[in-house]
Design a protein around this ligand. Structure first.
Ligand code: NAD
Length: 252
């Protein structure tokens, strides 16, 4: 099936590792030019850029901090200058800090909400403005979590709240800009084997597996393939929706 993605330009936040890296590679395999963001080591981001460039696609890495709106503006300026206006924004980057509610400080709370939710608002706003400026449509996909629906079970209430906040924001955004040809959807993940969760998974593997009817955790690549479809031209009639890729961990 031709997904109709060839020649498009996607911005993937947190594209140097984990789910974001696989989304960047999966999109590139469909002919998409990719701007990926990284926070820490440039080397890892450059490796992904190199892998994509080897396939003949345009790729570059931009440093961006989810807690710094200036770096988000710079991201869009650089992406636009290097590849042109983006067609797709994948809000993938995020944090999963641990802390039970009785112990959480206000700073723990606002830090997580800022990085996981306020960043989605700011990046989406920049993307929408760019679409309007260029009189073109676009697709936004936010990576959220089963925790948005279940709530946290192992001390991540602030994370669960941030991921649930994305849902309400995305529906509003989808409604406000549908007539501009901009679609907005969410992909709720269950347990995916990445750096984010690896040590918790090792500690409590039986607990996590007991919650997943398919009996295994997901690999980042299989999440990326679903994400790629959701921003493809085959998904043009989807907006304001949340898709659950959780191996049955979340059924609703
Ligand atoms: N792994 C899971 O089981 C799981 C489950 C549900 C949802 N998710 C979501 O999937 C997405 C990807 O996570 P992952 O599993 O690949 O984990 P990961 O830790 O490998 O990736 C997170 C990415 O976010 C980036 N990031 C973190 N803090 C940042 C900051 N302050 N500024 C800029 N970038 C920052 C990191 O550099 C990294 O690229 C996240 O939104 C996460 O909440 C993951």
């Amino acid at each position: 099936m031709d997904l109709g993605l060839s020649g498009k330009h996607a911005i993937v936040t947190g594209g140097s590792r984990g789910v974001g890296k696989e989304i960047a590679l999966s999109l590139a395999a469909e002919g998409v030019h990719v701007t990926l963001t990284y926070q820490g080591q440039r080397e890892k981001a450059e490796e992904v850029v190199g892998e994509i460039q080897a396939t003949g696609r345009n790729a570059h890495a931009v440093k961006m901090d989810l807690a710094d709106s200036t770096s988000m503006q710079a991201l869009f300026q650089q992406a636009n200058a290097q590849v042109g206006a983006a067609d797709i924004l994948i809000n993938n980057a995020g944090v999963w800090p641990k802390g039970y509610i009785k112990d959480l400080t206000l700073s723990d709370w606002t830090d997580t909400i800022n990085k996981n939710l306020t960043s989605v608002f700011l990046l989406s706003q920049l993307f929408v403005q760019q679409c309007l400026d260029h009189q073109k449509g676009g697709k936004i996909l936010n990576i959220t979590s089963q925790a948005a629906f279940h709530g946290a079970t192992t001390g991540h209430a602030h994370y669960a709240a941030s991921k649930a906040g994305i849902l309400g924001f995305a529906r509003s955004l989808a409604r406000e800009h549908a007539s501009d040809g901009i679609t907005v959807n969410n992909l709720a993940l269950g347990i995916v084997e990445t750096d984010m969760i690896r040590s918790s998974l090792q500690e409590k593997e039986d607990y996590y597996l007991s919650r997943i009817p398919l009996g295994r955790v997901a690999q980042p690549k299989e999440m990326a393939e679903i994400a790629t479809f959701l921003v493809s031209e085959k998904a043009n009639y989807l907006t304001g929706s949340t898709f659950d890729a959780t191996g049955g961990m979340l059924m609703r």
